[in-house]
Write a protein that binds this ligand. Structure first.
Ligand SMILES: C[S@@+](CC[C@H](N)C(=O)[O-])C[C@H]1O[C@@H](n2cnc3c(N)ncnc32)[C@H](O)[C@@H]1O
Length: 320
């Protein structure tokens, strides 16, 4: 019998009080199906690594305290699936052993692996394309008129994942400012996940990314090498990829002409989100821009950010 995508051998046994074979079958099916529910106990028997609720809670609290990322119990399946490979690589036999490792002297070093496994890194070139139209049509012209003497441009991609966002910004700048090489232009690209930063720094993407980039930009900014697309050197020079945990103190002071912090805050609890918005908006230059993801908003009482376009905010006070 197939239920919930799994096959069960169902034996029909006559039990006291249940006379009809159909009633017995129904009872057994209910047991079988309820054993599929993502309850903590499910992880204790018959799975590769026992995973109890108390281990999940330890990992979730550690993630929250160190990164601001909130993982509620509905994410238990996801946490198991994302850490299973790490446990295999470490030769551990249970999540209890993994938690002991995190608590022990090697815990600090293991944290990087934990972050890399549990962050959600979904991104793509020109994701939410209206932001890049806004950058091209509003932000770049403002920079060109305001900073023609200093030729200084500073943009921060905070939570840049594997680099598609900062490279999309770089493409727009390079297309709109033909002599960008002669500008003091820098895109700071930061993330918590070291594996994502390594991909971004390498500037190598699968051929499948071409559909997001488009023919014209592909020919202009990428070189096909083997089965990959390599970002041209001119764009790569504009970007500095750096590790940064957004809930830690930041070394940079800004100000930035634009900050992109898109689809990052959705993983944080309300307090972390509010504090991050305050800190980020403090680094946006007056009159300049803050981009957030499609399901995020910056509207807080007393904020000096006002809506400028769809999920784009502008800091009040004229540009300097
Ligand atoms: C869903 S991706 C968004 C990527 C890109 N901004 C976009 O919209 O396409 C979220 C990124 O935020 C990063 N992130 C999550 N928590 C972070 C933290 N506390 N500090 C720095 N980066 C964090 C993750 O590693 C991940 O790469």
């Amino acid at each position: 019998m197939v239920a919930g995508g799994r096959t069960f051998n169902v034996q029909v046994i006559r039990l006291a009080g249940l006379t009809s074979p159909l009633a017995i079958l129904r009872c057994q099916l209910i047991d079988a199906i309820s054993s599929l529910a993502p309850t903590p106990d499910r992880y204790q028997a018959g799975v590769e690594f026992p995973f109890r609720e108390k281990e999940f809670r330890f990992i979730a609290e550690l993630m929250h305290a160190t990164t601001g990322i909130k993982l509620n119990t509905s994410k238990m399946n996801m946490v198991y699936a994302r850490l299973v490979r790490r446990l295999r690589d470490l030769g551990l036999s249970s999540f209890a052993a993994y938690c002991a490792l995190l608590r022990g002297p090697d815990g600090e070093e293991e944290m990087g692996h934990l972050f890399n496994a549990l962050t959600t890194n979904l991104t793509r070139f020109f994701r939410e394309p209206h932001h890049f139209d806004h950058l091209r049509d509003v932000v770049v012209p403002a920079i060109l008129s305001r900073s023609s003497r200093s030729r200084r441009i500073r943009i921060w991609s905070a939570g840049c994942s594997s680099g598609e966002e900062p490279y999309s910004i770089a493409m727009v700048l390079a297309e709109r400012i033909p002599n960008i090489d002669q500008w003091d232009a820098r895109i700071l690209a930061t993330d918590l996940d070291s594996a994502m930063l390594a991909t971004g720094s390498a500037g190598l993407y699968p051929l499948g990314a071409a559909t997001d980039i488009g023919r014209g930009r592909l020919d202009r900014h990428f070189i096909k090498t083997g089965g990959n697309l390599r970002v041209e050197e001119r764009l790569r020079r504009l970007i500095a990829f750096k590790p940064l945990n957004l809930v830690d103190p930041w070394p940079m002071k800004g100000p930035f002409d634009a900050i992109f912090c898109r689809n990052v805050m959705i993983y944080f609890d309300g307090e972390t989100k509010a504090s991050l918005i305050r800190r980020l908006s403090g680094l946006v230059a007056p009159g300049c821009w803050f981009y957030v993801g499609h399901s995020e908003s910056l509207l807080e009482p007393g904020s000096d950010l006002v809506p400028d376009a769809r999920t784009v905010y502008r800091k009040e006070v004229a540009c300097h």
